[in-house]
Design a protein around this ligand. Structure first.
Ligand code: FO1
Length: 322
């Protein structure tokens, strides 16, 4: 196999859609499978099972098993077990666990209880369907994201996101234990050996933020000999989906393509980015990005299907010169 060795940092629906495009672009080039380092900050324990929403979003999307309408869970799922859980008053009434999806959580939880690490469990899950990428969690440690509200109350990220739809004003996000976490086996080594590192158009705060907060990962990206190319999750000054604007406001970053680029920062300036793919709708902000020392590449960024996203990934690889 010839072609660039690509590492992608990803999370959420944006990360899953982007990964589909990465697989498409690399297959066309006959390049090796990309390594996708996935956020596990969204993970949680619920009704006795371990959920890994961002891992599952990517696995289901690559396997063609995802519910594209809802944006999470399995296509064609049913909710019989969920109804029973609700009748028992177990779990969260606002959080649905589909029957097929529960099969995934039960399998995962069983393997974790048998002593396998999350990395090993994800490798095992990746064998069921030909995913066409190598999936790695950011860390094997449990470092779930919590939201601290103004006033000090704390709630799990998933409660804040799905129950309250980000309507409660956060003071900050935190990942207890992350300071003591180490990157999952292979993460740092794969970044060091990469020909290009791509930052997916995922939520910069609660998807990419936790990945970079695992001690050693930000440094590995900064030290990589490969160019680092980010893709803007903001199109036309707005978040494409989800509630990333609330997350950005919480860390004092404006919802704009140039502000998110500045948040990641120019590599030459102690940050991460060599280049930033931004939408045609945000072309006016390109000069600002360039002034910050980041090469701005203006392209269509709507990830309407894998082929369109693949063209976008081509542009990111071209920007990296690979
Ligand atoms: N999102 C919802 O808005 N409502 C749900 O009931 C829900 C259930 C759910 C179950 C398993 C899973 O892996 C994800 C689920 N999600 C649900 C999506 C998830 O909460 C978030 O959208 C992501 O974590 C944000 O990236």
């Amino acid at each position: 196999m010839t072609g660039p060795r690509v590492v992608v940092l990803a999370g959420g629906v944006g990360g899953a859609k982007f990964t589909l495009g990465v697989r498409e672009a690399l297959a066309r080039r006959g390049a090796p499978e990309a390594t996708v380092v996935v956020n596990t900050g969204d993970d949680l324990w619920l009704s006795g099972v371990r959920l890994q929403p961002d891992v599952d979003s990517i696995v289901y999307a690559l396997a063609g098993q995802n519910d594209t309408t809802r944006g999470w869970g399995r296509a064609g799922d049913t909710e019989r077990v969920n109804a029973e859980l609700q009748a028992w008053g177990a779990g969260w009434p606002w959080f649905t666990l589909g029957d097929l999806d529960l099969g995934t959580h039960l399998a995962r939880t069983g393997w974790l209880r048998d002593g396998f690490t999350p990395t090993e469990v994800i490798a095992r899950m990746s064998q069921r369907w030909p995913l066409g990428v190598d999936l790695l969690p950011m860390t094997d440690a449990e470092v779930d994201t919590w939201v601290v509200l103004n006033g000090g109350a704390r709630l799990h990220f998933q409660e804040w996101w799905t129950r309250h739809r980000a309507a409660l004003t956060p003071e900050r996000f935190e990942n207890p234990g992350i300071d003591r976490a180490v990157p999952a086996p292979g993460v740092v080594e794969t970044i060091a050996a990469a020909d290009v590192v791509l930052i997916a158009p995922s939520n910069p705060v609660v998807s990419i933020g936790p990945i970079l907060a695992v001690p050693g990962i930000r440094d590995a990206v900064r030290a990589a000999s490969a160019p680092v190319v980010g893709v803007s999750p903001i199109i036309g000054g707005r978040v494409v989906r989800g509630m990333a604007d609330v997350c950005l406001a919480t860390i004092g970053v404006e919802t704009s393509a140039s502000a998110v680029a500045a948040h990641y920062g120019a590599r030459a300036d102690g940050g991460l980015l060599d280049a930033w793919l931004m939408a045609e709708e945000d072309a006016d902000a390109a000069a600002q990005v360039e002034a910050a020392g980041i090469r701005a590449v203006v392209r269509p960024l709507w990830m309407t299907d894998a082929a369109t996203t693949g063209v976008m990934v081509d542009a990111a690889l071209d920007a990296a010169g690979v």
